[in-house]
Design a binder for this molecule. Structure first.
Ligand code: PEP
Ligand code: MG
Length: 285
């Protein structure tokens, strides 16, 4: 905030689980979320539902042969409803200043969002009965971080208040390249045309529904990608604090019209390396 952020685009709430090495209680969560919301107020903060599993492992998870394709994010939350319920209640209780957004990770199906909405409504009803104040209009967003979510963004957008594209995972799943595997870093490329086309699709569907679409993956802070992302129609970029000032400077220098032309041109290319060349990016990040 001291660097001029317009809010906090991604709070990885699973850090609380990793720090405590157990599932936190509703009260522990309420305390943390409230503190974050109060410190950021009146700016908005975006709390991402616990995204455990895969690269965000905790000891109590059963080992899986292919964890990136296994139980993680919303899949795990739907299995541990009591944990998800405690999180939703804590988020809603902390929302009474009206500056909290909540988003769901690792979505692949419309039904996951529907079930999440049902659970949120149940928690809202319970809190109303208990006389607890909360923001009835807390925005609920979807992380677009699987190709399925991007391809279903038209349907998801009719039920979501915003999209946040997680390019770290979207790249991994679109290109079938493990984000942590050094052997495939040459394949793992967030500027691959396949990834950019998924971004474009998501933006078009977000626009269709009139909902905002941002990026919270690392590409948001990539020095050479700013104009391209603006040109694609992304309206929010979420980056780590040290990158903020530089990013704001680049955004202020960018021309919207030439960014749109750049994006239109780059979407015709058939490889990430051509795109990188066009944008004068060094091949190795
Ligand atoms: C992403 O996948 O791009 C993302 C922002 O989430 P994480 O890096 O925590 O998986
Ligand atoms: Mg992710």
């Amino acid at each position: 905030i001291a660097s001029g952020a317009g809010g906090i685009g991604l709070v990885r709430t699973e850090h609380l689980i990793i720090r405590l090495n157990r599932f936190p209680t509703e009260e522990e969560q309420f305390k943390w979320y409230s503190e974050l919301a109060e410190r950021a107020y009146p700016l908005p903060i975006t709390l991402r539902a616990f995204d455990i599993g895969s690269d965000k492992r905790i000891d109590s998870l059963a080992p899986e042969a292919n964890p990136a394709l296994g139980m993680r994010g919303i899949r795990l939350l739907m299995k541990h409803k009591e944990l998800f319920t405690s999180q939703i209640r804590a988020v809603l209780r902390a929302s009474h200043h009206r500056n909290i957004r909540f988003m769901v990770p690792m979505v692949t199906s419309v039904s996951e969002l529907q079930k999440t909405r049902v659970l949120i409504d149940k928690c809202k009803n319970a809190l109303t009965r208990e006389g607890v104040p909360f923001d009835m209009a807390t925005p609920v967003g979807v992380m677009i971080e699987t190709p399925a979510a991007a391809l279903m963004s038209r349907e998801l957008g009719s039920m979501a208040d915003f999209f946040s594209i997680g390019t770290n995972d979207l790249t991994q799943y679109a290109l079938a390249a493990d984000r942590l595997n050094a052997n495939v870093t040459n394949i793992y490329d967030a500027l691959h045309p396949a990834v950019l086309r998924l971004l474009k699709l998501t933006v078009d569907d977000a626009r269709h529904h009139g909902i905002p679409v941002g990026i919270c993956g690392e590409i948001a802070g990539h020095a050479a990608a700013t104009e391209l992302l603006i040109g694609l129609g992304i309206v929010e970029l979420s980056v780590v604090p040290p990158l903020l000032l530089e990013l704001k400077k680049r955004i202020r220098k960018a021309s919207y019209a030439s960014s749109v032309l750049l994006a239109t041109e780059v979407l015709q290319y058939n490889s990430g390396s051509e795109i990188r060349k066009r944008m004068a990016i060094m091949k190795k990040r």
